[in-house]
Design a protein around this ligand. Structure first.
Ligand SMILES: [Zn+2]
Length: 475
């Protein structure tokens, strides 16, 4: 346990280092570190700006007395302290693009009264830097924990996470427990597993030339188009006139039927409208197919009729994380076969291999095959584990929000790719932005945070690292 006296010393240290923190963070915010997706050959796997921010961070963190390695411009790994076990702290230095709607300069840290504004102040440069200062504080005060501390500073979290995958790949001994200050307070103790695959649906019919929809696999399709031949565009148009999500166009011998949906992220599909399902239902209403194409449309309509796995044979849920969700994100047609991508987020206590077996069996009933399967396991620490309870106690001692409870989520942070990892902070779920809706938060224009939130985050991490000395972090 941290003594009252040492707690006071930590508070004083933070008070004395506020200006230095803001000065150093300014240097990091000043790099427009939007990473390239994928992995490019050569020296700059995620582009030059991602490499630039790693270089700027390396100089600072070395100056603080950490041993820093740059892993091929994928990420930095910074170590300090000693011990048999290791605690990981994972954050990212890349940012999403800023767009052109800012009232503040995006790549400059602006201190405006009590708030800090700039791309990355909240996601994730600011919180990562706060956790680094937390460890500097412990070092300066002679309060280093009994475990070694390993920071991971990533260069491509926002578009691929190839930074972390590389680190996991080349690291001999990963940390025994890890935290990422890249979620919401208090603590995310479970991230759902992710299953991604394609369904191959036979659809041989001379009337259907093409069927496409969606743009990316982890987003509900907002548009789908069927190209038909040998049907009367005018009659079809009349039949579907009352469906406001459908438009019909005739182009020479072809008739194009377009459906419009509403796109949302695959972790919350219930808030969207899947255009692929809308289109399949419209084509069934128009009664233009029979045989295989009709069965294919019925299957597409069925798969998109719910978002909780019923049509796929896996309508499952658990207590800590709720229902499985699924979306059909992208569809294309190749030689009489429709290929529909499916993105599933499955409950934290379930097994992906088990689910896939059921999905394959269910698909077979419809003569549909499953291919290109990828499974990312869930991350989960029970809410009553020593680890989660210690985190909650420390967080509450700083924030005093009795209503905060550990939560689980469908989206993925770095925590999902690491053993025994949780997202802890930094966003305050009770905070009301002075900029209103759609402005001021992460990924939005005028991204900002109260400065106090970062200093409180510094305190949380400093206290937590000491308090973890009292527990077995692997249970
Ligand atoms: Zn982030």
């Amino acid at each position: 346990m941290l003594s009252k006296e040492n707690e006071k010393r930590i508070e004083n240290w933070i008070e004395e280092h506020k200006e230095e923190f803001i000065a150093d963070l300014s240097k990091i915010i000043a790099v427009p570190s939007v990473a390239d997706p994928g992995v490019a050959e050569g020296e700059y796997p995620f582009g030059i700006e991602s490499a630039n921010v790693l270089a700027a961070a390396k100089e600072l963190v070395e100056g603080y007395g950490f041993a820093v390695k740059n892993l091929d411009n994928f990420c930095l790994v910074a170590n300090i302290g000693e011990g048999e076990e290791k605690i990981g702290i994972l954050g990212h230095l890349d940012v999403v693009p800023c767009g052109n709607d800012w009232n503040y300069p995006p790549y400059q840290l602006t201190v405006d009264g009590d708030i800090l504004v700039g791309r990355g102040v909240l996601d994730d440069k600011g919180p990562l830097w706060a956790s680094i200062f937390a460890v500097r504080c412990l070092k300066d005060l002679g309060l280093m924990p009994k475990r070694e501390i390993e920071f991971f500073l990533g260069g491509q979290e926002e578009c691929g996470m190839n930074d972390l995958l590389h680190y996991v790949d080349v690291t001999e001994k990963l940390p025994d427990v890890s935290f990422t200050p890249d979620g919401n307070y208090p603590i995310c103790h479970g991230e759902k597993g992710a299953l991604r695959f394609y369904l191959a649906i036979p659809c041989n019919d001379e009337k259907i030339v093409d069927f496409t929809g969606g743009t990316v696999r982890n987003v509900v399709a907002d548009k789908a188009v069927a190209t038909l031949k040998g049907v009367c565009g005018k009659a079809l148009s009349e039949k579907l006139a009352s469906n406001e999500r459908i438009s019909v166009e005739t182009e020479g011998e072809f008739v194009k039927v377009t459906a419009t949906g509403a796109s949302v992220h695959a972790s919350t599909p219930e808030n969207g409208i899947n255009a692929i399902g809308v289109l399949a239902n419209a084509l069934l209403d128009a009664e233009i197919f029979d045989g295989e194409a009709k069965s294919a449309m019925e299957y597409l309509a069925l798969v998109n009729s719910d978002y909780n796995g019923a049509a796929l044979g896996v309508p499952v849920e658990d207590e800590p994380s709720g229902k499985l969700t699924h979306v059909g994100g992208v569809i294309g047609m190749d030689r009489g076969i429709l290929n529909l991508s499916i993105d599933i987020r499955y409950p934290v206590t379930l097994d992906g291999a088990d689910l896939i077996e059921k999905i394959i069996a269910k698909a077979e009933e419809h003569s549909v095959t499953v291919h290109d399967i990828a499974d990312t396991k869930p991350a989960y620490s029970p809410a009553d584990s020593d680890l989660v309870r210690t985190c909650m106690r420390v967080i509450n001692s700083v924030f005093h929000r009795d209503h905060w409870k550990p939560y689980t989520m469908g989206g993925g942070t770095y925590a999902k790719h690491m053993p025994n990892a949780c997202a802890l902070g930094p966003e305050d779920p009770d905070y009301e932005s002075p900029f209103g809706l759609f402005r001021g938060s992460i990924h939005q224009a005028d991204e900002h945070t109260p400065a106090k939130l970062l200093f409180d985050t510094m305190k949380v991490y400093a206290k937590l690292l000491v308090e973890l000395d009292d527990i077995d972090v692997t249970k």
